[in-house]
Write a protein that binds this ligand. Structure first.
Ligand code: SF4
Length: 360
């Protein structure tokens, strides 16, 4: 059915610029290359007592492997090597580190340092709750059909949140054991999903659960990290060697809009840092939702930054779907839909700069 409703999802496979920009993703999607999570499960992590090891020792071992991972991933591992199953893998090491972070939480740059076994921090997420999961045919063409898993709760408090009914209500949704979700992911892949797409709210508070789940999957499937990109530096390192495609939500420019409309400290510094790290860790599609009255302060500066720092081939989706929902009516500047002048002003600006993979 999706081939009828989304013919562009097939056409994109013939778009040379897009295929080049997302080359690893497409190879994994077509099952011609292993996903990073599968490769991480095949690499032995040595010299660590995972029960009593000091977290600094765990990080030392993680960084030793991370420094070698890209060469291993590009040169040495092939589809026929999948029977390699070390007693303690690089993926197990990531899970062990995430387990330590969970009890002193700094998955995102809020750095609440709360033990989430017994409490919650800013995001309100304790155990992971799934608000919904389904095959999504409304995502970007390279992703469709996408097995999208929506988690409840978020590290942001955007006054106009388009998903506020789950992002601002971390208690909604259902708890699902990791092995059950892994089986669902495998089944959806067998039925034709191109990827598994972790989103919310935001996936960041759920990293431990996501790592454990993907360790239990059997199919080779690209992992999509669909996020606001406010992850901590440590979380970015854990995602390197696990995520195949970063689907980023780049919202604001360097001014005070992020603090005022989403309650986010140091937004620009953190989100630009994480985009630079993601560029070296996997393929990337950047989303930018055009807000009314925010083209000059937000859209144009962030598009310029993308061009200058991530390159002309960066895939960017400039979106016009903004609706003034949730508490947007309390803020006059965003209490309407964006107009054509704003939307096409941002798109034309990206094209005029020289970005060659601008999606509409
Ligand atoms: S993920 Fe949640 S609890 Fe952890 S640091 Fe971020 S906001 Fe705080």
């Amino acid at each position: 059915m999706w081939r009828i409703s989304r013919p562009d999802a097939m056409d994109v496979l013939k778009d040379k610029n897009m295929v080049k920009a997302l080359s690893n993703y497409f190879e994994i999607m077509l099952n011609r290359k292993l996903s990073r999570s599968k490769v991480a499960f095949m690499i032995e992590a040595s010299g660590i007592d995972e029960d009593s090891g000091d977290i600094d020792d765990l990080w030392d071992e993680h960084e030793r492997i991370r420094n070698e991972f890209h060469k291993i991933y590009d040169d040495e591992i092939s589809l026929k090597d999948t029977d390699k199953k070390p007693a303690f893998s690089y993926l197990d090491l990531k899970i062990e580190i995430a387990n330590r972070i969970f009890s002193d939480c700094y998955f995102c740059e809020r750095r609440c340092h709360v033990d989430r076994n017994v409490g919650v921090g800013f995001c309100g997420v304790g155990d992971s709750k799934i608000a919904s999961e389904f095959i999504h045919v409304g995502e970007e063409a390279p992703l469709v059909p996408s097995h999208t898993i929506f988690f409840a709760g978020c590290t942001f408090e955007c006054v106009y949140c388009q998903n506020w009914d789950i992002s601002q209500r971390p208690e909604v949704g259902m708890s699902l054991d990791e092995d059950k979700l892994a089986k669902i992911i495998d089944r959806k892949r067998m039925e034709g999903s191109r990827n598994v797409n972790f989103v919310g709210g935001d996936p960041t508070p759920n990293l431990l659960y996501i790592l454990k789940t993907m360790r239990l999957t059997e199919e080779n499937i690209p992992v999509v990290w669909n996020s606001n990109f406010y992850m901590s530096h440590e979380t970015m390192k854990l995602l390197d060697g696990f995520v195949d495609l970063f689907l980023t939500d780049f919202k604001y420019g360097p001014g005070e809009c992020a603090e005022r409309l989403s309650g986010i400290p140091k937004y620009w510094d953190i989100v630009t840092r994480n985009h630079k790290m993601a560029k070296n860790a996997g393929d990337m599609i950047i989303r930018h939702l055009v807000l009314p009255n925010h083209v000059e302060c937000c859209s144009k500066p962030l598009i310029k930054w993308i061009y200058e720092n991530l390159g002309e081939e960066t895939v960017i989706n400039i979106m016009g779907q903004y609706r003034p929902v949730y508490r947007a009516g309390e803020y006059e500047e965003i209490a309407r839909f964006p107009n054509d002048k704003e939307l096409y002003g941002a798109i034309d600006y990206a094209n005029d700069l020289g970005l060659i993979n601008v999606m509409l």
